[in-house]
Design a protein around this ligand. Structure first.
Ligand code: ADP
Ligand code: MG
Length: 221
């Protein structure tokens, strides 16, 4: 088991009322799965992904990730856990405009204890693998959306995560670029990386082995 959410509730208080963002979420995910989360806008997909990625807290329930009880961890331990095992890919890429492709991909390693020579080798591997060696000195604005997303994925993969979380990763791409990104996830998944993606596209969801439908913060069966 890679992770397990048990009876997870998340809410915000507004004018004396509780507004539930997640309601009684129960979810087990095995290593090597490729999961698509679907549901209408506002149904809680991003919130669920953020909880899984430990970027958001929840109010009730238990979250186990690789035998760690996430809700019992101190902030620092939790940060170490997700930095070691989880890579995030965003719809709007979230690249740093002032940094080159090379520097963007290298960023996660700067927060870890990776020697400079080793960092160079790891970034070179990524540039090579994604066929973007020739783009390494360009800035994000000089790339197409598809290329920016590939850089975003390379950055998410540089620390060799077990789990990739992708929130509408093809949302800003044309269909050809989107398909390239989905092929990439498929290949990563075949290499053993667990993938959880949020998508609006039935076609993209088909790449996964399981679909989870959210509605008003609840999983629908
Ligand atoms: P989705 O990704 O499925 O579109 P979200 O997870 O972003 O949905 O949001 C689910 C619902 O919770 C939405 O109605 C959103 O407006 C609301 N929401 C999200 N975060 C907060 C917050 N911090 N405070 C209040 N409401 C929020
Ligand atoms: Mg969302």
């Amino acid at each position: 088991m890679l992770l397990e959410l048990s009876n997870i509730f998340k809410w915000v208080n507004s004018g004396g009322n509780r507004i539930f963002l997640l309601k009684d979420i129960n979810l087990k995910i095995e290593e090597g799965e490729f999961i698509s989360i679907m549901g209408p806008s506002g149904s809680g997909k991003s919130t669920l992904l953020h909880v899984i990625g430990m970027l958001d807290n929840f109010n009730e329930g238990e979250y186990h990730f690789l035998h760690e009880n996430v809700n019992r961890l101190k902030e620092k331990q939790r940060t170490r856990l997700y930095k070691q095992y989880i890579g995030f890919v965003f719809q709007a890429y979230h690249l740093i405009d002032e940094l080159t492709v090379y520097e963007n991909i290298e960023t996660p390693l700067l927060y870890q204890d990776v020697k400079s020579s080793e960092r160079k080798a790891m970034v070179a591997d990524m540039l090579d693998r994604f066929n973007i060696v020739g783009k390494k000195d360009l800035f994000p604005a000089q790339l197409s959306g598809g290329q920016q997303q590939i850089v975003g994925i390379a950055r998410a993969l540089i620390s060799k995560p077990k789990l990739i979380l992708a929130d509408e990763p093809t949302g800003n791409l044309n269909s050809k670029q989107g398909e390239e990104i989905m092929q990439l996830f498929k290949q990563l998944n075949e290499e053993g990386v667990t993938v959880i993606q949020v998508t609006h596209s039935e076609k993209n969801a088909e790449y996964g082995s399981r679909i989870i439908n959210l509605m008003d913060g609840k999983i629908e069966f």
